[in-house]
Design a protein around this ligand. Structure first.
Ligand SMILES: Cc1cc2nc3c(=O)[nH]c(=O)nc-3n(C[C@H](O)[C@H](O)[C@H](O)COP(=O)(O)OP(=O)(O)OC[C@H]3O[C@@H](n4cnc5c(N)ncnc54)[C@H](O)[C@@H]3O)c2cc1C
Length: 404
């Protein structure tokens, strides 16, 4: 198995790197470098730049605006985007709902939604989890009762990320409670402006508003917005959840965080020198660096397998990518917190910046970065829960890889 990149693949890497460095608006780039939250408008503006370049959804089939790149080029594109760093295309949109529409939607649904998703005119949130239905997703209870050409929805979703910014939701709902729980689920697309939908914020540990509760009170959804057949939603959801895992290693983001940790540690005073000179800190940096390299090689091995496989079926090894990816993502957040240390406190930050000899822009960047380190660390605790918890990934790996 050859896991080295070819000269053509390396040239492709240079091309996408150059584009990300030059096309991303500077204010958005600075926020990304500082680990700050990018606004909905900034996200949308960047997605439109990508779309205009023809890179709004590279992994889609060419007939729907994809690029025709092979899995290795898709990997390089994603890694460079994360490492640059530039905002990634909103995953719920381009990685989760769109492939389901492409595989199982009607021509009308494809023609209506796919161009809008690529340009982020349609912004979907994922309405799967409910109180009592997370890991055991098939236990979901939100009911959809057929009434003429509509379904009427009642119930509740929870942890719905970005529901407050989205204008569409893809949801799993219960259309039959008399059969085995997986057999009575239907997949619907809902307009978030439909009367009867209430979105309430959940404020997470970092003090920010990422996620929500969503309530349905006699919400009417046209039958035309159903994906595929009634009561076959579980099959479509399984297809989608496989895609969710493939994209979860986030090696590029973790590498970008290590780069930032090195830069910041070079400015933080420690024992008469700087934190970067501390053997303990350097050892931690090196350990994470090595583990990331190992994860990158594992990712390339999975990709090499995909390259050699014609059936395109999900590989259970992707559960390992999610597992190790989220653990290292959390480890890099922890390292950044350590680099920031007590300097996060406002009076310490002022002292630090007073001693700093860099230019003004540099100082502002460090101050913003320090301020973002703690919230990012806190929010990233969720990385081992969302997208299927790490315990569930252990179960998938045990069954699919070890055959237990
Ligand atoms: C920040 C954040 C954003 C999210 N965004 C979305 C979103 O946009 N849309 C959406 O639909 N959902 C979203 N989720 C929900 C997420 O998918 C669920 O939280 C997750 O599936 C776990 O479900 P749960 O919270 O009900 O926990 P539970 O399923 O109740 O699990 C509780 C604990 O038990 C463990 N456990 C459960 N079953 C098993 C088992 N069989 N074997 C071993 N251990 C087990 C779990 O690993 C976990 O540690 C989000 C969650 C978070 C935290």
């Amino acid at each position: 198995m050859d896991m080295r990149f070819t000269p053509e693949e390396n040239a492709f890497r240079d091309e996408v790197r150059h584009f990300f460095r030059t096309a991303l608006p500077p204010a958005t780039r600075q926020k990304m470098l500082n680990g700050q939250v990018v606004s909905a408008d900034e996200h949308r503006a960047w997605q439109r730049i990508l779309n205009a370049k023809g890179w709004g959804a590279p992994h889609w089939p060419v007939e729907w605006g994809g690029t025709g790149w092979d899995p290795v080029r898709i990997y390089i594109f994603r890694e460079e985007m994360q490492f640059s760093p530039a905002p990634q295309s909103y995953s719920q949109n381009v990685n989760l709902v769109a492939p389901v529409i492409i595989a199982f939607g009607t021509d009308e649904q494809k023609n209506y939604f796919l161009p809008r998703i690529r340009n982020m005119d349609a912004w979907f949130c994922q309405g799967f989890s409910e109180p009592g239905a997370g890991s055991d997703l098939a236990a979901l209870k939100t009911s959809a009762v057929r009434d003429g050409n509509d379904y009427v929805l009642n119930g509740q979703k929870v942890w719905t990320s970005q529901a407050h910014q989205s204008n569409w939701m893809f949801a799993l709902v219960r259309t039959d409670s008399s059969v085995k729980k997986q057999k009575g689920i239907t997949y619907l697309l809902l307009d978030m402006n439909t009367p009867g939908i209430t979105v309430k914020p959940i404020i997470t540990l970092d003090g920010a508003h990422h996620t929500n509760e969503v309530f349905f009170d006699n919400v009417r959804v046209p039958v035309a917005n159903r994906i595929g057949e009634e009561n076959k939603g579980w099959d479509y959801a399984k297809f989608l959840l496989g895609n969710e895992r493939t994209n979860s290693a986030r090696v590029g983001i973790s590498k970008a965080r290590l780069r930032r940790a090195r830069e910041v540690a070079a400015t933080v005073p420690c024992d008469g020198g700087f934190l970067i000179d501390s053997p303990r800190f350097r050892e931690k940096l090196a350990m994470i660096d090595i583990e990331l390299k190992a994860l990158e090689i594992t990712t390339l091995r999975v990709l090499a397998d995909i390259r050699n496989k014609a059936d395109g079926r999900q590989d259970p090894k992707t559960s390992i990518l999610k597992l190790r990816g989220s653990e290292l993502y959390q480890a890099t957040a922890e390292l950044l917190m350590e680099a920031a240390g007590p300097n996060i406190l406002p009076h310490r930050l002022d002292q630090l910046l007073g001693k700093h000899t860099g230019d003004e822009e540099d100082l502002a960047g460090i101050a913003d970065w320090m301020a973002a380190a703690a919230p990012n660390y806190l929010y990233d605790r969720a990385a081992s829960v969302y997208g299927g918890s790490n315990e569930i990934q252990h179960n998938v790996a045990a069954k699919g890889i070890l055959g237990l």
